[in-house]
Design a protein around this ligand. Structure first.
Ligand SMILES: [Zn+2]
Length: 91
């Protein structure tokens, strides 16, 4: 617990920018962590099915965007991969 003096201190910052920055940083770290842990998301083009079926579902074709896997690399993971490549090339 903080001493009682801190509670009576004069307000130097009327806006809680520190909290806002902290929350943003936390969200960014959380997003980066989730992209690292779950690099794939459901393909938006085929809704994760990997293929398109005709209305009667007798014929189908594979989704060209995800090449039939039904998953796509998340935007955050793409950025991560780009940085990883730059780091690899540097060495
Ligand atoms: Zn797809």
């Amino acid at each position: 617990m903080r001493p009682l003096i801190a509670a009576t201190a004069t307000q130097e910052h009327p806006m809680p920018w520190g909290w806002l920055l902290g929350a943003l940083l936390l969200a960014a770290v959380g997003y980066a962590g989730s992209c690292w842990w779950w690099p794939f998301a459901r393909c938006r083009r085929c809704d994760g099915r990997g293929k398109f079926t005709r209305a009667d579902s007798k014929v189908w074709r594979t989704c060209r965007r995800c090449k039939g896997s039904g998953s796509r690399l998340r935007a955050g993971r793409k950025v991560w991969n780009r940085f990883a490549k730059v780091r690899r090339d540097a060495h």
